[in-house]
Design a protein. Sequence first.
Length: 186
Amino acid sequence: MIALDPKTTALVLIDLQNGVLGRKLEPISAADLVERGKTLAGRFRAVGALVVLVNVAPAMEEPPRRVDEPSTLAKILPEGFIDLAPGLAEPSDLKITKKSWGAFSVPELDLKLRERGVRTIALGGVATQFGVESTARQASELGYELIIVKDATSSTAPEAHDNSMRRIFPRIARIAESNALTFSPA
């Protein structure tokens, strides 16, 4: 069990948005990931902890790729691509739109967390090896205590998900199932 102080802890969920959730995700399906995100966000809100919902609106003028695979993004994003999953957001949530993988590429996120006294981040979302891992690395570099919520994190590639969970996250974060997160009395 990990006891969290609701005054200094925030839940940060990465890219739970229509354009990303339309892909095949593993090891957790998009539908299950959204439901787990909603449940987890509800638990955090119930104790007065901050919920941060991050979406991505990629810059469409991408530099030429130097990899063997083409971009999976269409040249013009479909209507609703950046919209958060229905029923996920509440008015009290902090919403951040990023243009790249890591959420802290938007300086406002760090400023808003520090203004609220946040020192610990519970992190989940999609894709494990892209948005979640980039955000985790940035948060670690900024000095936040990190918890990766394993059962609220998924990917488009199971091998990459496993690599992040086994080789990257243990070096910068604790990894826990959502039911292991408890809140200390306020």
